[in-house]
Design a protein around this ligand. Structure first.
Ligand code: HMG
Ligand code: MG
Length: 302
């Protein structure tokens, strides 16, 4: 087992990070955040979601946000989509990459998308087929891979079935969501080892929330299994409105600090990343939820 030389970070702050915020974040603030993240060198920035505004009001400005970004060469701006209606809105806005999501828990699937796992696979299939036909790239998420807020333990076989199905349907990558951050390192490693008996590790990404403070340890474990794509959120923002008590994703600053220290290249400039985190944290009126950001900002302040 060894570590990758390079890790691609998928910044999900403007979507996963903000979707659970109670106060409305204006479109221009989201756009400024995205631009600052791109300045910091992030090459994949999930900018919003074409989900029902009745379900997640914070994402209602996603089309405006997407269309106000100045696209940069080499940067992908995926948008989350739950169904055909969301896909049509994304297409209309000019989106070139969509992220679809399913869950390994029946109850979570119902609470999050108002449909069964089986129905979500059908929706996935329909949207993926159309997206690929239109030349878009499709990324897949599976929620609750290490535990569900309603059902507790989830079945490995369901995670495997979904991973294989989403890849067969044409997702270029499947991101494994520990939605409520309950997993520990041995479990995360066993999950990835189990999956990679059947699917190439190059097609998997880690999307770990940090609710129980385990995300960095879990990432350290799965990097050794060959995972080299990590989802994270600037300033540790985030949470899912349908996973009560779940806090943010692992903070991008914490991931970059760890990987920098391990000599693993991310292409991210920590100083600019700190500025992006400071910007959104100031807007929200609180400190970044990142130990590395807090320590580095304090050091800078002298
Ligand atoms: P539904 O109520 O069953 O939808 O919701 P419906 O098809 O019956 O339609 C009802 C109304 O919503 C209709 O409008 C539709 O047009 C409209 P009306 O006729 O009442 O005026 N509608 C839409 N509007 C805008 N965009 C759409 C859309 N679809 C229907 N796409 C639905 C089903 C899937 C829409 C809803 O459950 C939903 O939006 N869910 C999304 C919830 C969400 O965003 N959760 C957070 C993101 S997932 C996550 O955070 C996990 C992840 O980070 C990984 C991890 O951490 O595990 C990805
Ligand atoms: Mg998430």
């Amino acid at each position: 087992m060894s570590f990758p030389e390079r890790v691609r970070i998928v910044e999900v702050g403007p979507r996963d990070g903000l979707q659970n915020e109670a106060q409305t974040v204006p479109a221009e603030v989201k756009v400024e955040l995205v631009e600052r993240l791109a300045d910091a060198g992030l090459k994949t920035i999930e900018c919003g979601a074409f989900v029902s505004p009745k379900w997640v009001p914070q994402m209602a400005t996603s089309a405006e946000v997407f269309q106000s970004i100045t696209p940069r060469d080499g940067v992908a701006y995926p948008m989350l989509v739950p169904n055909m209606k969301g896909f049509e809105l994304a297409l209309e806005a000019g989106v070139r990459e969509v992220a679809l999501f399913a869950a390994a828990s029946e109850t979570f699937s119902q609470k999050n998308t108002n449909c069964s796992i089986e129905e979500s696979i059908k929706r996935f299939n329909e949207v993926t087929r159309e997206a690929l036909a239109q030349g878009l790239r499709v990324r897949g998420y599976i929620s609750c891979v290490l535990g569900c807020p309603y059902e507790g333990e989830v079945s490995f076989d369901t995670v495997l079935m979904l991973t294989e199905t989403l890849l067969e349907q044409g997702c270029y990558e499947v991101s494994l969501g520990d939605t409520i951050g309950v997993g520990t390192a041995g479990q995360a490693q066993a999950l990835v080892e189990g999956l990679t008996r059947r699917v190439p590790v190059e097609r998997l990404a880690a999307h770990f929330h940090d609710t129980y403070g385990q995300a960095l340890a879990n990432l350290h474990a799965v990097l050794q299994c060959g995972i080299h794509v990590v989802d994270s959120s600037v300033a540790g923002l985030g949470g899912c409105p349908y996973a009560k008590g779940a806090t943010g994703n692992v903070a991008t600053e914490d991931v970059v600090y760890m990987l920098d220290g391990m000599g693993i290249d991310t292409g991210v400039d920590m100083d600019k990343l700190l500025e992006a985190g400071r910007y959104i944290s100031d807007f929200l009126g609180r400190e970044p939820v990142s130990r590395a950001a807090t320590a580095l900002l304090r050091k800078k302040a002298g």
